[in-house]
Design a binder for this molecule. Structure first.
Ligand SMILES: Cc1cc2nc3c(=O)[nH]c(=O)nc-3n(C[C@H](O)[C@H](O)[C@H](O)COP(=O)(O)OP(=O)(O)OC[C@H]3O[C@@H](n4cnc5c(N)ncnc54)[C@H](O)[C@@H]3O)c2cc1C
Length: 429
């Protein structure tokens, strides 16, 4: 197993469970890959807020398998408070009706669209439910416009879901992946879109529990171990590190797409269009500690504001009234280039506009985390680039949220890819 993100962790556990002797190598000194937290001056920061949905069954199952489920919280019913400057919050809440009627009342009462836009959005949602998710020939935004959605409706409604799940705005996103997200998360079953958040720091939910679970499963984990080459040696594979070489009957390569091309055996090296073709989309998080409570929700979305989502990240042990909030910005390639001062100038006033108590509050801490290549860019044309887990080399499989899982680059996609990678190498035993 090369790579200790969700895909590699999942594949390692599957292979160990199937009775294989497994070694997992990870270049960093921790597990979790794109999902981690770290301490800075006494504050535990997530590299980025991570959200999942009830329909993320493989991810939720992995949490149970490693014992990380205690750190997450799943809404009993989908509820998204939407904040706009100078206005009371509107809460998008599903009703107890079956899908897709469960969202009708929320949509009809959604004040950030005109009444005409709300009705048009309902019609477009039903039509989107019939779009073939394999369609990758236009953007979700173009399709929405053709189906009567105004620019304001796309921004204030559709992008509330598209941006955080696809990590590009609807205007750029692949129609098929967009349709998949809305179908799977919102249109097919009423409970599917209930939102799960990580309450504890991410490494307490993924990295540390995964290390314990892998050890219990007998997997040998080598941290700080960089794989530099994989080659076929007879019917086996050799994995070269900087100082050490392993031989293995099977290899699951579970690293990021832009790192994977250099590691596929030379027999497959002509088949790596994905390495450059899938591109990268950034996620930026802005962490602010105020001297008082400014946000009354676990999380909220922003409209008419550069703030996309804001989360309450106050540690449970804080009892002095301070509040730690984190803004999460998806599709944030432009913001990822800005310096902290410029981000503070843009986002502190934006928070104050959404959260009236933040206007008089004192900012005690301000920090930024940037993930320049958080996910691939889910634009039209990417579906054909995403490779299957099984490759032309028996015993060598690919895994990672960027492979052909049918899901966007998500926690769920990563775990599913890990299962697929493990199944591919186990089949060749
Ligand atoms: C800030 C941020 C926010 C996100 N928010 C969400 C969200 O809200 N919901 C959601 O579902 N998804 C979200 N995602 C996406 C999700 O985190 C990823 O899709 C998923 O974690 C990817 O897992 P992976 O195992 O495929 O890859 P990775 O986690 O990238 O793992 C690959 C691993 O391979 C290792 N590696 C690379 N090269 C080598 C080498 N040569 N030798 C050894 N090891 C190597 C890397 O160090 C890394 O640990 C977010 C991602 C980021 C970055």
């Amino acid at each position: 197993m090369i790579g200790g993100g969700l895909a590699g962790i999942t594949a390692a556990l599957d292979c160990a469970q199937a009775g294989c002797e497994v070694t997992l190598v990870e270049v960093r000194r921790r597990l979790g890959g794109a999902v981690y937290s770290f301490e800075r001056d006494g504050l535990e920061l997530d590299n980025g807020q991570h959200v999942f949905l009830r329909c993320c069954t493989a991810y939720r199952e992995l949490l149970g398998r490693i014992g990380g489920e205690g750190g997450v919280e799943l809404q009993p019913r989908l509820e998204i408070p939407v904040l706009a400057p100078g206005e009371p919050a509107v809460v998008l809440r599903r009703s107890g009706l079956p899908a897709p009627a469960h969202l009708a009342r929320a949509l009809l009462g959604y004040r950030h669209l005109t009444v005409r836009e709300r009705i048009a959005a309902g019609r477009a949602a039903l039509a989107l439910g019939r779009v073939d998710p394999s369609r990758d020939d236009e953007t979700l935004g173009a399709w929405l416009q053709r189906h009567g959605q105004t620019t304001a409706a796309i921004k204030n409604l559709w992008d509330l879901i598209a941006l955080p799940t696809l990590n590009v705005p609807a205007a750029e996103a692949s129609l098929g992946l967009g349709a998949f997200v809305f179908q799977e998360g919102l249109l097919r079953s009423a409970g599917a879109g209930d939102i799960g958040i990580h309450r504890a720091p991410l490494s307490e939910i993924i990295g540390h529990p995964a290390a314990r679970a892998l050890e219990a499963a007998g997997v040998s984990v080598r941290l700080g171990w960089r794989a530099v080459r994989v080659e076929r040696v007879g019917a086996r594979f050799a994995v070269d590190g900087e100082q050490e070489r392993f031989e293995a009957d099977g290899v699951v390569l579970a690293v990021q797409h832009h790192r994977a091309a250099a590691l596929v055996p030379h027999e497959l090296s002509n088949d790596t269009d994905w390495a450059d073709g899938l591109g990268a989309s950034a996620i930026v998080n802005i962490h602010v500690v105020y001297d008082r409570q400014v946000l009354d929700y676990r999380f909220a979305a922003g409209v008419e504001s550069p703030v996309q989502y804001v989360f309450d990240r106050t540690p449970a042990q804080w009892r002095d009234g301070r509040q730690y909030v984190a803004i999460s910005l998806s599709g944030a390639t432009a913001d990822s280039q800005l310096r902290n001062e410029a981000l503070a100038e843009r986002y502190l006033p934006a928070l104050a506009a959404l959260l009236p108590r933040a206007r008089d509050a004192q900012v005690l801490r301000f920090a930024v985390t940037r993930e320049h290549a958080a996910t691939f860019r889910a634009i039209p044309g990417t579906a054909a680039l995403r490779p299957a887990a099984a490759t032309a080399l028996e015993g060598f499989a690919l895994a990672g949220a960027w492979t052909a899982t049918g899901w966007p680059a998500t926690l769920e996609g990563a775990v599913r890819s890990g299962h697929a990678g493990a199944a591919a190498v186990l089949r060749s035993r």
